[in-house]
Design a protein around this ligand. Structure first.
Ligand SMILES: O=C(O)CCC(=O)C(=O)O
Length: 248
């Protein structure tokens, strides 16, 4: 797919699949970085950076850029094919705002309830996006991402506390049921990636398969984008409340 088509798909569907962006060697470098990150997490022992499955394996790792400033991902992600799509979406300069690993181990990997990223980020005019890189194969069978096609056209809708480890808010089930968008499960192999709009509804199911499903999500924001602090405070209050319920 050429980058003009990629742009068209991104705007039309709220996401786009880019094939063969990273080589196997590059993916292996990122996986080596992930091993370093795990060692760092052990030393830090700070629960705000990770969540585990019921059999004690890491399921998600958050805000990697905060404790691993010199991570390889921020250099490796500057791929021509990917950056030309990002440049066209943003129309001006942009920067990395966050890096997260979604490890979803085989058999016990946990679901991510359906949500819109900008409900968490609160970026004015939704001037941000996520790039999700497949570090293993990822599809419907091993808990791969699922998008509600064209749902970004709704704008940001209300969420509620999810009580799911690693993703605090979700779209309420009764609302989700009523939405009439087509579900799409991208089929990715190592090195493929997804770009998704901050308001496209997406989530993933538990990984009951025999194959780990590992991805890294790199979130980008337009350089001069502002945060809607009123909405952010509201969101933080809800998260605090949900943490109290989970941990008390
Ligand atoms: O990888 C997953 O299961 C969830 C990822 C996600 O929600 C995201 O990249 O925005």
């Amino acid at each position: 797919m050429n980058y003009k088509n990629s742009l068209k798909n991104y705007h039309l569907d709220g996401f786009v699949v880019l094939k063969d962006v990273f080589s196997i060697n590059e993916i292996n470098e990122i996986l080596l970085d992930l091993e370093k990150v795990k060692v760092m997490l052990k030393k830090l022992n700070d629960k705000k950076f990770f969540h585990k499955t019921k059999d004690n394996r890491i399921n998600t790792i958050h805000n990697v850029q905060e404790f691993y400033k010199n991570n390889k991902i921020k250099y490796l992600i500057k791929k021509k094919k990917l950056y030309s799509v990002l440049k066209n979406i943003f129309g001006s300069s942009f920067k990395i705002r966050n890096i997260e690993f979604f490890l979803k181990p085989k058999k016990t990997g946990m679901p991510s309830p359906f949500h819109q990223d900008n409900y968490y980020w609160n970026i004015e005019n939704a001037k941000a996006l996520n790039v999700w890189i497949a570090l293993t194969k990822s599809n419907r069978n091993n808990g791969g991402l699922c998008y509600l096609k064209e749902s970004h056209n709704l704008g940001t809708i209300n969420h509620q506390i999810s009580f799911a480890k690693g993703s605090s808010q979700k779209i309420p089930d009764n609302i989700l049921k009523k939405l009439n968008f087509k579900k799409f499960f991208p089929v990715l192999k190592k090195g493929d990636c997804l770009i998704h709009h901050p308001e496209v509804i997406h989530g993933s199911f538990a990984n009951k398969s025999n194959f780990n499903r590992i991805g890294v999500a790199v979130s980008f924001v337009k350089k001069n984008a502002k945060i809607d602090f009123r909405r952010m405070e509201n969101y933080k209050k809800k998260v605090k409340h949900s943490h109290k319920k989970i941990y008390s």
